[in-house]
Design a binder for this molecule. Structure first.
Ligand SMILES: C[S@@+](CC[C@H](N)C(=O)[O-])C[C@H]1O[C@@H](n2cnc3c(N)ncnc32)[C@H](O)[C@@H]1O
Length: 241
């Protein structure tokens, strides 16, 4: 047999194997993503190590960049929902305390083991003033209008009742406050901007703005409208002189 024929056969075999592997990968991804959609649940603890890995940092972007993209500013009181092991938390804490301002970060995380890892990471980073609460994004008991900005990164798809979560966020934000949602396609629970916007609009948010790349990683921001005048608060003598 001619050497060129052997080469072609060899290339064909390699190509077929690669195509097979790619097909298998796609099928596994479809199964995993369908399972996540049908049964949303918190990220398994055995995968916690990937959250602060250097590969994730390269693919997703630095926490500082995403915190800036979300619109976090010095002096704000920020609620971070689902911080996991704290990839974003130190950047959030440093940003709100910038320029000598007294901003604050509160974290709500559902898994106690994640909270332990988050505390350890914050200790290592020398960050002390972060309040950490164990709780469920679907039913948070903070007072109304407590926060300037609510930050969710790669969390929304893990919350079974996303609408309840967004409606709660609308209650917890001050008028004019921001809901910032970051999504990342490599995450099995990835949601496209359109899906996030539908939940946000139904919860009463306005002025959607997007940055990043919709099919890769993006941050969507929404604004809670300023208070609508409440007719019931106007005295009856002014309404009916
Ligand atoms: C994929 S991790 C992302 C962690 C972090 N935001 C990041 O991007 O590095 C999602 C985190 O959200 C938490 N989580 C999932 N459902 C939650 C819920 N209903 N309430 C609060 N936290 C939740 C999980 O336990 C997990 O730590």
């Amino acid at each position: 047999m001619y050497p060129s024929k052997i080469l072609w056969r060899w290339l064909g075999a390699v190509g077929a194997s690669l195509a097979g592997l790619a097909g298998l990968f796609i099928i596994c991804q479809i199964i995993l993503r369908l399972r996540s959609k049908l049964h949303p649940r918190p990220m398994p603890l055995r995968l916690a190590g990937v959250l602060r890995s250097s590969t994730r940092r390269r693919l997703l972007g630095s926490p500082e960049k995403i915190v800036e993209r979300a619109g976090v500013a010095p002096g704000m009181h920020v609620l971070e929902i689902g911080p996991g092991t704290g990839y974003f938390t130190p950047a959030l804490a440093r940003c709100v305390a910038g320029q000598g301002k007294q901003g604050r970060v509160t974290c709500v995380e559902i898994q106690p083991e994640m909270i332990d890892m988050l505390r350890q990471h914050l200790n290592e980073e020398g960050i002390e003033h972060v309040e950490i609460v164990q709780g469920d994004a679907q039913k948070l008991s903070f007072s109304d209008e407590s926060f300037d900005l609510i930050f969710l990164a790669t969390v929304v798809g893990e919350v079974p009742d996303t609408q309840a979560c967004f409606t709660t966020c609308a209650r917890l934000l001050k008028p004019g406050g921001t809901l910032a949602v970051t999504e990342y396609v490599i995450d099995n629970d990835f949601l496209l901007p359109g899906a996030i916007t539908r939940f946000a609009v139904k919860a009463g948010f306005q002025d959607a703005a997007y940055s990043g790349v919709p099919w890769w990683t993006y941050t969507a921001r929404y604004r809670k409208p300023n208070a609508v005048p409440n007719i019931a608060c106007v005295s009856s003598s002014r309404l009916y002189p």
